[in-house]
Structure formats: C-alpha cells, structure tokens
Design a protein around this ligand. Structure first.
Ligand code: HEM
Length: 397
C-alpha cells in the first residue's frame, strides 16, 4: 500500500476507515499528506505518545494556531497547547471551577432546552437534524455555562468554525484572514466584558468560579482566563454537535437499534460510548517530537509533527475485537475518544450528559428517523468527523 495517503482526499473524507485499517496493518507510523506529517494509527502507539508529554509536546503546535498573519490568538495560549509544568498549573486552577457539580447544575437547564427543541422538531417533521437539535443544544450548554447572552448562541458556530479554520487558511487569502481577525477581536472583546461583569457581580457560575480559583495563592491571569473561554468554545462545541449528529445518523440507518433503545433506555449509556468509539467526533490530535525517537519501529527526527488518529486507534483490533462493527454493550472502556493522559478532555462528563439528555428527550417521542435519499456528506476536516448536514424526516411516536 502506498504510504502517502492524503487525509484530505475526497475518498478519505467519505470513508476513512478502510484506509486507516490498511495503515494500521501495513504502515502504522508513516508520513501522509497534507504536509508529510507522521500518521500514528495503532492504539498502543497512540497511547504511548499521549503518555509521554516530555517527548511528544503539545506546545510546539502553537505556530499553526497563531500564524504570523493573525499575530494573536488566545487559543494558542490555552492549556490544550501547554506542556508540563505550565499545563499542570493551568489545569489545576481550571479544574477548581469546572467540576462535576458545575456540570450537574447544568442538567435541569439542558433538559428544558432539549424538550423545547424536540417540540419544535416534531412540529416541523422534516428538518436538518444538525440545525434542529445537534447544534443548538451544545451551543446553549456552553453559553449557559459561560453566562453569555442567549442572543449570542447563534454566533458560536460561526466563531468556532473560524477558529478551526485558522491552520488551513493560506498566506495569500486576505479576505478570509480578515474575517478570522475580526472574529478573534470580537470574541476577545465580548469575553473580556463577561469577565468584567462577573468581577463586579460574582455569582454561582463557571466564570465567577474561574475568577475565584486559587492554587498556592495564585489565580489565573486575564490572558489565561480569556484563553480558557476561547478553548471552551473551540473544544466544546463542534465535537459535541458531531457526537449528536453521528448518533442520529447511526439511529437513522439502523431502525432496529432505535427501537431497542426506546424499549430499553438503560442501554443509552453504552450506545453513546459505542458512537464515540465507532464514529469518534474528535478523529485526531497533534504532537511534536522534542528529540529524535522511535515509535512503532520507525525512527522519527526531532521536531516531527505527529497526527494521532484517535478514530483509527478506537477501531484497532489489537485493542477491541470486531472493531469495525457497531456493537451495543461492549466491555472495553471507550475513553480514547476523549484523549488520554494529562490533556484528557475536561468536558467529557458534559459531552456525555448532553448526549444522554438529547436522546432521552427525543427517543420516547419518535418512532423513527428516515434520511433523505442522499449520501452523507462529511466535513473535509482532519480533526473532526461530522456531517455537513443531516436532513431527516421524523416519524412521531
Ligand atoms: C464528544 C465531545 C468531545 C470530544 C470527542 C472531545 C475530545 C477531546 C480530546 C480528544 C481532547 C484531548 C486533546 C489532546 O490531547 O490534544 C480534549 C481536550 C479538551 N476538551 Fe474535549 N471533547 C469533547 C467535548 C468537550 C466539551 C463539551 C468541553 C467543554 C465544555 C471540552 C473541553 C476540553 C478541554 C478544556 C480540553 C483540554 C484539556 C487539557 O488540555 O488539559 N471538550 N477533548
């Protein structure tokens, strides 16, 4: 098999899994396009990289988030791209405010929002599932968590799309560059106002918690606070939208599964875990080698960029039996969709809760979801696995 697979080719975007299976078998650590980055596809190799942040750094990737035309991007100062010891300090401070209680307190709001969205969806019957439920629920969750004005929720997707596009914008595309610059300034201005408001009127919310958090007497700086709020939007929105969208696609294509979940709602938890494993919304993350090293028998020079294909690792037969099949009720833990080690997703409990709340609101009220007869169109993205749209007809219960 040719080693230079292109992760952005239409063939790969439409269905990456057979190609990834081939890489796992024949070339588990190899250079791919675009850019000749090193693709890591086996579960064991991905895990060993994530367990060793000294040798495989997250910090080296700041440049791709903050190209010279942008100059400044708070996301490039967030804990996602920090290495120890800086990462540990930031994460400890943020974890003081972003706790299981913060997430649990959100549940009643999420349930009311999901019920309202399902009411509207049933009234219309023919909807784009993404616009009707998969996007507005996570947008409301993040907005509520940050204490943002509800009128802004519709702008979140636009904001997070612009942040996600930064590394792909060419040095000569001035128009797109200006759009992104405006978005970053708009977001920063708005989030600073939110921080200022909470300083003057502290409440029982995440932002007030972040302002109060102390580790050994030290607080988060203004720049760190803004960076974290940027990260919440970037890391928390698109991923969860795609978890809900991918779940709906699987249910639309497998009516017997939908029926089973309606009859046995206790299976919802394992259904969500299997969707995360089988169609991982976060397909990949990046690391940079800090020294020459060896991985999977391949020598990697210092400063090699690695793309860790989480979606591939989750289907690796060395780790999970019958990995290419959707199986309800698996025993293996499905944590890798949320990463591993020091950067393990801080929002995993929230993402799981949102999925559960959405499906618990939807399933008792529908008999089926039938897709329009068109092939699913997937986002041409290296990191995200999600549909561009999902037109469905809803059959009420
Ligand atoms: C299905 C939904 C989600 C998936 C699949 C997902 C996946 C991931 C992955 C793979 C990482 C690790 C990245 C790396 O090691 O480079 C990560 C980190 C992170 N995620 Fe999520 N995420 C999801 C939802 C959320 C939500 C809802 C939030 C917050 C509201 C969130 C906040 C974060 C944060 C703050 C980090 C950085 C943690 C650190 O650097 O220590 N995520 N996520």
């Amino acid at each position: 098999m040719s080693a230079r697979v292109n992760l952005l080719s239409p063939e790969f975007v439409a269905d990456p899994y057979p190609i990834l299976a081939g890489l796992r078998r024949d070339a588990p650590v190899c250079q791919v396009e675009p850019g000749g980055v090193w693709a890591v596809t086996r579960h064991a190799d991905v895990m060993s990289v994530l367990k060793n942040p000294q040798l495989f750094s997250s910090e080296g990737l700041v440049r791709s988030m903050e190209p010279s035309w942008l100059g400044y991007n708070p996301l490039a100062r967030s804990m996602l791209v920090m290495d120890p010891p800086r990462h540990g300090r930031s994460r400890a401070l943020i974890s003081r405010a972003f706790t299981s209680t913060t997430v649990a307190r959100l549940e009643p709001f999420l349930r009311t929002t999901a019920e309202r969205l399902v009411d509207a969806l049933l009234e219309r019957r023919e909807v784009d599932f993404l616009q009707a439920l998969a996007l507005p629920l996570p947008a409301a969750a993040i907005g509520h968590l940050m204490g943002l004005d509800a009128s802004l929720y519709s702008r979140f997707k636009h904001w997070s799309d612009h942040l996600a596009a930064i590394s792909a914008i060419s040095a000569t595309d001035l128009e797109q560059q200006q759009q992104v610059q405006r978005t970053v300034q708009e977001m920063e201005g708005y989030l600073k106002e939110v921080l200022e408001h909470r300083r003057r009127h502290p409440g029982d919310d995440l932002v007030s918690g972040l302002l109060e958090a102390r580790v050994e007497g030290e607080a988060l700086s203004e720049a760190e606070l803004v960076a974290f709020l940027f990260l919440l939007l970037a890391a928390g929105l698109e991923t969860t939208v795609n978890l809900l969208g991918n779940a709906a696609l699987i249910l639309a294509d497998r009516p017997e599964l939908l029926e089973r979940l309606r009859a046995e709602p206790r299976l919802l938890g394992s259904f969500i875990e299997e969707v995360l494993r089988y169609e991982s919304p976060a397909q990949a993350t990046f690391r940079l080698t800090t020294a020459e090293t060896e991985l999977g028998g391949v020598k990697l020079p210092q400063h090699s960029v690695l793309i860790l294909l989480l979606g591939s690792a989750c289907r690796d037969e060395q780790y999970v039996s019958d990995g290419e099949r959707f199986v309800l009720g698996r025993k293996e833990p499905a944590n890798l969709p949320f990463g591993h080690g020091i950067h393990f997703c801080l929002g995993a409990p929230l993402a799981r809760l949102e999925a559960r709340v959405a499906l618990e609101a939807l399933l008792p009220r529908i008999q089926g979801l039938s897709r329009r007869p068109e092939a699913p169109r997937w986002h041409p993205s290296i990191q995200i696995r999600g549909l561009v749209r999902l037109p469905v007809q809803v059959v009420p219960a």
